[in-house]
Ligand binder design. Structure first.
Ligand SMILES: *[C@@H]1O[C@H](CO)[C@@H](O)[C@H](O)[C@H]1NC(C)=O
Ligand SMILES: *[C@@H]1O[C@H](CO)[C@@H](O)[C@H](O)[C@H]1NC(C)=O
Ligand SMILES: *[C@@H]1O[C@H](CO)[C@@H](O)[C@H](O)[C@H]1NC(C)=O
Ligand SMILES: *[C@@H]1O[C@H](CO)[C@@H](O)[C@H](O)[C@H]1NC(C)=O
Length: 187
């Protein structure tokens, strides 16, 4: 009887400690270790090649060297799978760029460099002459990174998918490019 009472006290204490431990973990999970959106920014877009042909039809052939910085604000690493960046001109897919799988350590940033070649001609894209006249050709790029974020001192891995959209403006006359990006992560 005494022995079992001792056991009960022991179990009770163990249970209380376990509950406190779980509560602390849950609180930490929703505060300090709460998964946050990785920031995806197009750091620089460099025009590596630019040519505007006028014969037989108006055609734009540009190569962009891009550096995308992925900033991981989480207390755990973010690992993503091989992916592709898609570039659209007026809603039509005009180029693709591969993004190699990688792991971004906790609270670090990471640069991904890639080159994309875009070719658009007026035969397929009737808006091109107008855009050219206006001096600005606009592109949109979308990237989806599917991966995992480690949380709570790497105890748990949660699936995370990051979506980013960039708007690129190619200024035909001074052959320069401007970009703005937005990104969002879903768990
Ligand atoms: C675009 O320009 C590059 C470099 O001059 C060339 O190699 C490529 O063939 C061109 N693409 C098209 C579709 O004309
Ligand atoms: C990711 O791409 C690289 C080449 O770019 C390839 O060697 C590797 O096997 C790919 N990984 C997966 C999981 O498909
Ligand atoms: C990534 O590139 C940016 C700008 O080019 C630079 O400031 C940053 O230090 C680079 N980060 C890494 C991890 O190389
Ligand atoms: C490109 O962006 C920079 C800074 O974001 C801005 O100062 C510049 O005016 C933009 N260029 C054009 C042509 O809009």
């Amino acid at each position: 009887m005494r022995c079992s009472r001792g056991l009960k006290i022991c179990c009770g204490v163990a249970a209380i400690i376990l509950i406190i431990f779980i509560v602390v973990l849950v609180v930490l999970f929703f505060t300090v270790f709460k998964p946050k959106d990785p920031d995806i920014n197009l750091q620089s877009v460099k025009l590596e090649h630019f040519s505007l042909e006028v014969f037989p039809a108006l055609a734009l052939n540009v190569s962009l060297g891009t550096v995308v910085t992925v900033d991981n604000p989480n207390h755990g690493s973010f690992t993503y799978q091989n992916s592709t960046a898609y570039i659209y001109y007026r809603g039509n897919l005009v180029a693709e760029a591969p993004l190699h799988e990688d792991t971004i350590p906790a609270r670090k940033d990471h640069n991904i460099s890639t080159t994309v070649t875009i070719f658009v001609d007026a035969e397929k894209f009737q808006d091109l002459p107008n855009d050219n006249e206006r001096g600005v050709v606009e592109f949109t790029s979308t990237t989806t990174l599917v991966g995992k974020v480690k949380v709570l001192l790497d105890l748990f891995k949660i699936k995370a998918t990051s979506y980013s959209i960039c708007h690129l403006s190619l200024f035909v006359r001074d052959q320069s490019i401007n970009s703005t990006c937005n990104s969002e992560i879903k768990f």
